[in-house]
Structures are given as structure tokens and as C-alpha cells.
Write a new protein. Structure first.
Length: 360
């Protein structure tokens, strides 16, 4: 790790080598922004450009991994900015790998290898950020803990910190949605692993009480997704006049990604669930085309009871009020004349309704 000792890497009261920090900020952070711009504007067939960018990312991978690991330490504006850039870069890189892994062009195999290596190494680190930044109550507490730099106005610093936490949450959930795609990211093992267990209660619900909690990744559930969706749809629908355009945009993307993940997890547990997954609590996996096969249902009373309970809870949680809130968000973020096929939330809601109707 070649980063200077700053921000999240040491206590706030510790002396900082301002020269090394300045050099680092002037070199590495602009580099991250440049790489993000290139990946954001490159089409999926721009293999040469994507390959060069990925090579550069991999050459700085130790710094990137260090940034992802250090998120639980002292929170500063610099550390949040750093993490927002890195998480966005990782998310975009993995999205490009997913696009390339499904292509048939012979150039892809060579080009996608560095991307594949990056995705393999970073998966656990990215998901470990989810509980800290994606729950609105958690991220709000984090913003309140941000150290105010000397000479800066507290209100503007909190506002800036809020935007960074939203960018981080957006990147993490977009990354999770990418890894959930069953047609890609096979990575030579039985992946992607199911990211959320089938529980419909949120692991953070009873622990909030104005105190920050680090939630183990293993306890994240479908209920976690529902809480994220409900929190941000409520904010978008009730506080939109107080939000900046950037804040609204990130919140809308957070809702979209969470809703997509909700749909895919419900689909997995209702359609592609493997034997004993609902009775043992083991997070199941699926691989390639095997995920399209319906497993034979175990003829056990316990299994059927658990499955029926899950179906009933899903129907109880996804009420018409839930769908109405999502409809309001879609109306706010979509152009009035936009064709139906571009309204992502509406399409995903219809997929969820259809899935539940066919399987309950």
C-alpha cells in the first residue's frame, strides 16, 4: 500500500505529512476520475481501451483493496471521496467484464482476463461495504460522524459527505446486481453466490436506535433489500424538494438496483431453489445453464411448510402500497413521454408480480 498516512488510516489527532498527502491527492484521485470517465464513455466493443484501463487498475490493485478494507476506521471527507471513486471504478469494471463474458468475439478472451481477476479478488470486499453504506439509517449516522476539516462550513461538509455515501451505496448495489446475473460472472466456480438469505426481516431494524452498527454480510436478507427500497422511496416521495439533482439520481439508482436484486432473489427461492436450501439456511449457488433447470422438490413436510411460509410472507410484504410507492418514484424520475420499455422500475415490478402470481 503506497498511500500516505492520512484520513481513515490513522487517528485524526496524529500528525499528517501534508506534502505526501498533497502529492497523493494530486496524482491518484485525478487518475481514478480519468479511469471512471474512460470506462463510463467506452462502448462494450472498445476492447483496446477497456483492456488498457483494466491493466492500469490492476497495477494499482493493492491501493484499491486497501481503500476498500479501511472503510471502518475514522471517517473523513477525503476517505469518503476516495471510497466513492474506487467503488464506482470497481462496479464499472465488473459491469464491463459481464458484457465481455457473454460476447463471442475472439478478442474478448484476452481482454477480459484482467477484469476477471479484479472481480474475483474484490467480491468479498465490495459486499462487506453494503451494510455500512446502503442502509439509509446507517449512512446518515456515518455522515454525522464525519470529521469537519478546519476552515470548512459544517453544513456544506455534511452535504458533501451525504452525496459521497449515496455514490458509494449506488456503486455497491450496482455491483451486487451485476454479480447476481446468472448468465455471467461464472469465474470457473459455482458463482454467483446468493447475496441475501430468504429472511424477510431486516438485520438492522431492531438495532438502529441512533447507534451505528456493523452488520455481518452473512445476515443480510431479502428483508434488507425491502428496507433499503422503502427508506429511499419514502425519501424520494416525501422530501424531493429538499434533495439536489445528484442526490435524487443516486437514490433512484439505489432503488432500481435493490428492486432488481429483490426480484432475482425471489425468483431464485421460488423457482431455482436447490434441495434443502430453505430448511438448512445454507446460501445456495447456481451455475450456468443449470440454473434454468427446475430441481425435483423434496417430498418432506418440513420443506413444504417452510416454502409455503416464505410464499405467504412475500405476499404480505409486497403490498399494493409498496408498489404504489415505487410507481411514484418512477413517475418522478422518468420523462413524461418516455416509452414503457425504458421505465425500469415499472418493468421490474411487473416481473415480480408475475413471478409471485405464477408461484404462489
Amino acid at each position: 500500500d503506497l498511500r500516505p498516512e492520512m484520513g481513515v488510516l490513522q487517528p485524526v489527532s496524529a500528525p499528517v505529512n501534508s506534502k505526501s498527502v498533497s502529492i497523493y491527492s494530486q496524482l491518484f484521485l485525478p487518475l481514478l476520475r480519468l479511469l471512471l470517465t474512460v470506462l463510463s464513455t467506452s462502448a462494450k466493443r472498445h476492447y483496446d481501451i477497456i483492456f488498457q484501463v483494466t491493466q492500469l487498475v490492476n497495477s494499482h490493485s493493492e491501493i484499491i483493496f486497501s481503500i476498500l478494507r479501511s472503510h471502518t476506521n475514522t471517517c473523513t471527507i477525503d476517505s469518503l471521496q476516495e471510497l466513492s471513486l474506487v467503488s464506482s471504478l470497481v462496479s464499472l469494471s465488473c459491469a464491463h467484464y459481464m458484457q465481455q463474458s457473454s460476447a463471442t468475439d475472439p478478442e474478448v478472451e484476452t481482454t477480459s482476463e484482467p477484469l476477471k481477476a479484479l472481480c474475483l479478488r474484490v467480491q468479498r470486499l465490495m459486499l462487506s461495504l453494503l451494510s455500512t453504506y446502503c442502509f439509509k439509517s446507517q449512512s446518515s449516522l456515518l455522515v454525522q460522524q464525519v470529521v469537519i476539516p478546519e476552515g470548512r462550513d459544517e453544513v456544506s461538509v455534511r452535504k458533501e459527505a451525504t452525496l459521497y455515501t449515496l455514490q458509494i451505496a449506488n456503486s455497491i448495489l450496482r455491483y451486487a446486481a451485476v454479480t447476481m446475473n446468472r448468465d455471467g460472472l461464472d469465474m470457473d466456480v459455482t458463482t454467483p453466490k446468493i447475496l441475501f438469505n430468504k429472511e424477510l426481516s431486516s438485520p438492522i431494524g431492531s438495532k438502529a436506535h441512533g447507534k451505528f452498527h456493523v452488520i455481518p454480510t452473512s445476515t443480510l436478507s431479502i428483508g434488507s433489500l425491502l428496507q433499503i427500497i422503502n427508506d429511499y422511496t419514502t425519501t424520494l416521495n416525501q422530501e424531493s424538494e429538499h434533495l439536489s439533482k445528484s442526490e435524487s439520481s443516486h437514490m433512484a439508482r439505489i432503488v432500481e438496483s435493490s428492486l432488481y436484486l429483490l426480484w432475482r432473489h425471489i425468483e431464485f427461492y421460488l423457482v431455482f431453489v436447490v434441495d434443502k436450501s430453505l430448511t438448512t439456511g445454507v446460501q445456495p449457488m447456481y451455475q450456468g445453464d443449470q440454473s434454468r433447470r427446475y430441481p425435483s422438490s423434496p417430498n418432506t413436510t418440513v420443506y413444504q411448510s417452510k416454502l409455503n411460509k416464505f410464499k405467504q410472507e412475500i405476499q404480505n410484504k409486497l403490498t399494493q402500497e409498496f408498489y404504489n410507492q415505487l410507481q411514484q418514484v418512477e413517475d418522478k424520475i422518468s420523462d413524461p413521454g418516455a416509452p414503457p420499455q425504458t421505465r425500469f422500475i415499472d418493468i421490474t415490478v411487473q416481473n415480480i408480480k408475475k413471478l409471485i402470481l405464477q408461484n404462489t
